[in-house]
Write a protein that binds this ligand. Structure first.
Ligand SMILES: [Zn+2]
Length: 394
C-alpha cells in the first residue's frame, strides 16, 4: 500500500486492537454411541498484538503498526471458513484473535458448537444480504431469515464478558407463546363457525375455521401435516391471539402463518437448511408472501446489526483531534463492517474458481454481475481449467 500514513488514518472509519490467541481442543466422550463433545481451550497471546482497521471499499483489514495491510478482507476470510469445521475455525482465531476478549494467564473454555453457531449467524446475515441484493433469491431469503428468527439464543460466558446472540421478539414467542384466545362466547363463532383475524399480509380479515382452531389447540389431527408441532401451535396461538403487537412483529407472524398453512410446516430449521413435515408445495409461495418475506429479512438484518454494535461508542482522539469509534473486540468490528456495507449495493460474492486460495469471498458492487472471480489469477486459472476440460471432452 502506497498510501501515506496520515492519509491512511484519515480514510479509516474505525480501528480495533486485539491479540492473536492460542487454542487447544479437548475432546470428551460423554454418551456411548453419541459424537464426542469438543471444548476449545483458549488464551490470548499478549506478545502478538493485532490491529484491525476498516475503510470503505477496502473492508476490514489486519494492519501493521505503520498502516500497511498484512491481511485484507477479514470478514471474507471468516465467510470462507468451511461450515462447521472446527479445526479451520481454530486456525482463523489463532491468526486473527478470538471474537471477544479472553484471558492471557489462564484458559477460557468454549464449547465448539456454541462458537460455530455464533459464526454461522454472521454468515447467515451476509448470505441474507446477498440474497436480497440484485436478483432476489427467495428460497435463500427464507432459509436464512427463518434460521435467524427460529434458532434459540446462544450465550457465551467468558471471564471478562458475557455475549448473547440477538434474541428477536419472535424468537421468544415461538418458543413460549401457547396462550389461546378464548372463543367460547365469541358471537362470530356462534353465528358462522369462523373467527376473523386482522391479517397484514392479505390486507383484510382472514376467517379461521373454528374446527381447525380447536383441533390445533387440542393437538388433534388436521388436514395439515405437522400442525401438532409445538412451533406451529405457538405460531397459531400468536396469529389468532396477538392482534396488537406492532406492525413488524405482526408481519412476521402473518407471513409464517400463511407460508406454513399454504406451502408447508417447518419440522426443523438449521443453518442453510429447512426440513418440512410433508413435501412443500412451492408453487403456493405467492408474490404477497415474497413481499412480506423481504420486509421481514430487512427487519431481521437491522435487529441483528443493532444488537451486535450496541456496545460501540463514538470517541474523540486526543492525539490527532479526530472523531473515531471505540470498537472493543473483533466480533463488534466484524458486525460494524457489515453495518457500513451498503445493503443491496455491496455484496460478498464467492469466487467462481473452485480452487480459489486467495479471496474466496470478496466485496463487490451487486450490479457488477460480470465480476465472477476475486482476481486475475483466479480468472486465468478457471479459464485454463475450462480449456483442459474441453480437451478431455474431445
Ligand atoms: Zn479467487
Amino acid at each position: 500500500m502506497a498510501e501515506k500514513i496520515s492519509e491512511f488514518f484519515l480514510n479509516n472509519l474505525f480501528e480495533c486492537g486485539g491479540y492473536a490467541c492460542h487454542c487447544e481442543k479437548d475432546i470428551k466422550n460423554v454418551v456411548p454411541g453419541m459424537p464426542p463433545e469438543t471444548t476449545l481451550k483458549l488464551y490470548s497471546e499478549l506478545d502478538k498484538p493485532l490491529r484491525f482497521s476498516y475503510a470503505p471499499r477496502a473492508g476490514l483489514n489486519l494492519t501493521g503498526i505503520a498502516g500497511g495491510a498484512i491481511a485484507k478482507n477479514i470478514l471474507g476470510k471468516l465467510l470462507a471458513t468451511p461450515d462447521g469445521d472446527i479445526d479451520q475455525h481454530i486456525d482463523f482465531f489463532q491468526t486473527y484473535g478470538f471474537l471477544l476478549p479472553i484471558k492471557s494467564d489462564e484458559y477460557e473454555s468454549i464449547e465448539a458448537d456454541v462458537l460455530i453457531e455464533i459464526v454461522n449467524r454472521i454468515k447467515a446475515m451476509l448470505y441474507l444480504m446477498n440474497a436480497i441484493a440484485g436478483q432476489k433469491d427467495y428460497k435463500r431469503i427464507l432459509i436464512h431469515t427463518a434460521y435467524l428468527l427460529y434458532a434459540p439464543q446462544i450465550s457465551l460466558n467468558l471471564s471478562e464478558v458475557e455475549y448473547k446472540t440477538c434474541k428477536h421478539k419472535f424468537t421468544d414467542l415461538i418458543e413460549n407463546y401457547n396462550l389461546f384466545v378464548d372463543l367460547s362466547r365469541n358471537q362470530e363463532v356462534f353465528n358462522c363457525g369462523k373467527y376473523s383475524v386482522p391479517d397484514t399480509m392479505i390486507g383484510c380479515d382472514n376467517p379461521v375455521d373454528i374446527v381447525f382452531f380447536n383441533n390445533v389447540r387440542s393437538g388433534a389431527d388436521t388436514d395439515l401435516v405437522g400442525s401438532k408441532s409445538v412451533w406451529f401451535k405457538n405460531l397459531f396461538a400468536m396469529y389468532t391471539g396477538l392482534p396488537n403487537v406492532g406492525e413488524n412483529l405482526r408481519t412476521i407472524i402473518d407471513f409464517f402463518y400463511h407460508y406454513q398453512t399454504e406451502v408447508g410446516i417447518f419440522r426443523e430449521i438449521e443453518f442453510k437448511k429447512i426440513t418440512y413435515f410433508a413435501a412443500p408445495e412451492r408453487d403456493n409461495f405467492s408474490s404477497e408472501m415474497k413481499i412480506a418475506l423481504l420486509k421481514i429479512a430487512r427487519i431481521v438484518i437491522s435487529e441483528e446489526i443493532n444488537h451486535n454494535i450496541s456496545g460501540i461508542h463514538p470517541k474523540y482522539k486526543t492525539d490527532n483531534f479526530a472523531p473515531t469509534w471505540q470498537v472493543n473486540n473483533l466480533l463488534q468490528a466484524l458486525y460494524f463492517s457489515i453495518f457500513y456495507m451498503k445493503p443491496g449495493i455491496e455484496i460478498y460474492k464467492e469466487c467462481n474458481n473452485p480452487n480459489c486460495k486467495r479471496d474466496k469471498f470478496f466485496l463487490v458492487e451487486a450490479t457488477r454481475t460480470n465480476k465472477e472471480y476475486c482476481c486475475v489469477q483466479c480468472s486465468r486459472a478457471a479459464a485454463a481449467q475450462r480449456f483442459r476440460n474441453r480437451q478431455f471432452d474431445n
